[in-house]
Design a protein around this ligand. Sequence first.
Ligand code: ATR
Length: 329
Amino acid sequence: MIRRHIGRNGPEVNAIGLGCMGMSAYYGAPMDEADGVALLHAAIDRGVDHFDTAEMYGFGANERLLGAAFHDRRDKVFIATKWGPVADPKTNLPAGYDGSETNARRAVENSLRYLRTDHIDLYYLHRKDPARPIEESVEAMAKLVQEGKVRAIGLSEVSAETLRKAHSIHPVAAVQSEYSLFTRDYEADVIPACRELGVTFVAYSPLGRGMLTGSFSKDWAPDGPDFRAGMAPRFAGEALDANLALVAEIQALAAAKGVSAGQIALAWVLSRGEHIVAIPGTTKLANLEANLAAADVRLSADEAGRLDGLAARVQGQRYNERGMGAVNA
Ligand code: ATR
């Protein structure tokens, strides 16, 4: 187990948390509530204390699941959730961003109710609202901190410039953005800015949305509505073929070391800085246990060197054009 702080002088959590999105949305069929609750309880039993959700993950579905699991053991968990995206009332799917105080207040009350708690440990702005200055959204979150509804604030997929502006208004505890062997966009600026400012960098999709575990193949087919089938260029066509060849290189390195490719991917993320934590997602206890065991995997300089060139060879963007328009914002 490796423990790391969330924010300067903030609480310590297990460096490997649990990203809960895929339990309810975007990665195929959602879990049954009973199975989801059992997995979340098993995660606590194995030392996981940092659980990540968002209003957008099913607009209530994922937060309700966490509420069902954690309402009677609130002191054992650090709960992070996010606001900003608004739902289309007809489809319940995201239909734009609203970073206003009005939306923050609407969202936080829903999240508190769904999570069955009186406070959120870490409240992120899920994406910067392109129509508003970041200061407006941060001031709204700062008020929620003052009111005791939120303990600390975070931002997701922001640029270093936006982070610095936000941090000058109210201390930012964490920036959560995609980071993995295949996605290293923020290494040059955001990750160093986080280190300098005492902000924890929370790496989501550290397993490349599952691809880095080696569990995808060319004829992969989703078992329900799945973001990766259609909205993720890396998982489509020739890009998928090229990326699977890179995964084979990770698998070869992992096999020689007697670990799994996914463990290599997680160990690599944790090795990139003491201010970095990872939140791999899973719906399966065996995978959760394998992911936690990655904390014991150390990469040699030679192994790290072999992994270093992979990201530059990845084919396809991590999101479609619309999604890419909302990142590094
Ligand atoms: P995200 O942060 O978006 O959830 P991720 O953590 O990079 O993305 O990857 C999550 C995906 O990896 C899920 O599809 C998960 O599938 P399961 O629910 O079937 O586990 C998959 N995954 C997670 N851990 C895994 C492991 N140890 N082996 C194989 N697949 C794994």
